[in-house]
Write a protein that binds this ligand. Structure first.
Ligand code: NAP
Length: 294
């Protein structure tokens, strides 16, 4: 039987429409329009595309947004000053500094300068700590989106063995922490795999739900999977493709065709996890605005 394709688009659209309603209600009840402030340093084309999409999503959902574009040689002090200005600005409820930053700017110092109540990327140590101990917090967008994809596609992780490949601070660690909480939509047994172990094939084979956040194109194939497992492919890897007009295409960390023959459900790349991040950013901005206006 063919695997269920877990499409990101309908889930992301559903979340955005819930956020749109939430925004309208907050304006009605409290006169507060959620606002997002985005800082972009430099002219990396991919970052510019992300930042433009964030601004468009805000407009579409009735939110206020401001984008400050700075040249690549801007100092850390200038970035920190903008963060401080938005920390104190009642029209801005969420602050996002587009990563990566140029090398001369200390990313961690910038993250820690953001008021944790406005940290809509969920990277501030206060939010990371609150996530780990199961307190309410702003959660990183891509991992939060993965949980929504699982739950809303009918693949509740409760009681399942989830194997996460990758331990980055933006995907691997937070998704593991989200899914192991004793909470609705979580309560999984979680294993995190990384390069510290030479051969992780026996771990992959045990996964009821496999979350691949490896950054290696199509490195996980169907033959490695437990039959009937659910596969969430976080990877976005650009590979050369002379048959494409652009000369390249994006693939995941999982070899889709072979995995779809073994798995019961799988996210495509593109079209899966990648579409969730902005929807979750919008949800976080609404959540921050609600809390700040209490
Ligand atoms: P990262 O920081 O490079 O982390 C990759 C992780 O995979 C590391 O923990 C690494 O282990 C582990 N790893 C690499 N090769 C391995 C192997 N052979 N066996 C076991 N573990 C291995 O990457 P990331 O930022 O988490 O991103 C992962 C992927 O997701 C990338 O393709 C990225 O583009 C994509 N991504 C997508 C979204 C989205 O959809 N919106 C968002 C973020 C990232 P070590 O720690 O031991 O080195």
């Amino acid at each position: 039987m063919a695997a269920q394709r877990i499409e990101g688009k309908p889930v992301a659209e559903q979340i955005k429409s819930e956020v749109r309603e939430g925004v309208a209600q907050l304006i009605r009840d409290k006169g507060v329009r959620p606002g997002l402030g985005v800082i972009l340093v430099g002219d990396d084309p991919a970052s510019q595309t992300y930042v433009n999409s964030k601004g468009k999503a805000c407009a579409d959902l009735g939110m206020h947004s401001e984008t400050i574009r700075m040249s690549a040689d801007s100092s850390e002090a200038v970035v920190l000053a903008q963060v401080a200005a938005w920390n104190a600005d009642p029209r801005i409820h969420g602050i996002l500094v587009q990563m990566p930053l140029p090398k001369h700017i200390n990313e961690q110092r910038v993250i820690e300068a953001i008021d944790p109540r406005k940290d809509v990327d969920g990277f501030h140590p206060v939010n990371v700590g609150r996530l780990v101990i199961g307190m309410e917090c702003l959660r990183p967008c891509t991992p939060a989106g993965i949980q929504e994809l699982l739950v809303r596609s009918g693949n509740d992780p409760a009681g399942k063995h989830v194997v996460v490949i990758g331990r980055s601070n933006i995907v691997g660690k937070p998704i593991a922490n989200i899914l192991l909480q004793k909470a609705k939509g979580a309560n999984a047994v979680v294993t995190i795999a990384h390069t510290g172990m030479k051969d992780i094939s026996h771990l992959i084979r045990q996964a009821d739900i496999l979350i691949a956040a490896v950054g290696r194109p199509e490195s996980i194939t169907g033959a490695m999977l437990k039959p009937g497992c659910v596969v969430i492919d976080v990877g976005i890897n650009r590979i050369t493709d002379p048959s494409s007009p652009r000369g390249y295409r994006n693939v995941g960390d999982v070899h889709f065709a072979s995995a779809a023959e073994v798995a019961s459900a799988i996210t495509p790349v593109p079209g899966g996890v990648g579409l969730m991040t902005i929807a979750m950013l919008m949800q976080n901005t609404l959540q921050a605005a609600r809390r700040l206006s209490c």
